[in-house]
Design a protein. Sequence first.
Length: 314
Amino acid sequence: MTTHDALAERGTVAKARPAPPRRRGPGWTPWLYLAPALVVLGGLLVYPIYQLGLISFLEYTQAQVSGGEPATFQGFGNYTTLFADHQFWQVLLATVVFAAACVVSTLAVGCALAVLLTRVRALPRLALMLAALGAWATPAVTGSTVWLLLFDPDFGPVNRVLGLGDHSWTYGRLSAFVLVLLEVVWCSFPFVMVTVYAGIRAVPSEVLEAASLDGASQWRIWRSVLAPMLRPILVVVTIQSVIWDFKVFTQIYVMTNGGGIAGQNLVLNVYAYQKAFASSQYSLGSAIGVVMLVILMAVTLVYLRLLRRQGEEL
């Protein structure tokens, strides 16, 4: 066999050799792994949300619950009644202002203590971390009761230390909101502190040393160096704090005895509870829940959009 024939035969074999199979994408494999969690979330979230939305479109009071009368479809009648209620708008405004104050205060305290953790030695840092985690792990009912005892007008130590006599913190509208705000910040700042502290520890020490050598103050370092580098983390803790503080229920209900005198300290969650269970207007309570869900969904969409932008920048 000549060299030309051998090359021709080798070329024929090479042409006859099948091409390597194409790599397929993951396909449905990730969804199969996620299927159990999605089923659980569907049962715990989707069905209750469906029932909440359904009841908000019905006439559903104690008569319908007991079976004495059938539930009738009202369309957007419950929402019309709700939006025509002047108290609803007052409660919504109070909820937004109160949640904003809680979020700002929580972020300020949490970020300040996170920076402090990077400045103290190991033993004080451990003590502060344990104290903060203890506050975070305390149930809301227990924490609210303890704060009521601390600020009790007759036996509370706070009034004695401040020389306020028998001043009642829960009598006035503003003072009651301030008292609840302090308790909410007390049980919420550990999450911000631990998260931001972890982010600060991930920042290269050379960057902070260079800023210090340039004569930057601690506030300048935080504003110009740390805050921009920690922006994704700050976005996460801010949006989660908004969601948590917007739906505060236990602290308001326990510390103001169900919403304060004449409902002066109502927030949307407590207002929905009163409408649904105290007044047996379950459809109106469900409508308030749907409104809260829509507001928080809007906040969540903003949160996801901001995270996506931060991911593109990083």
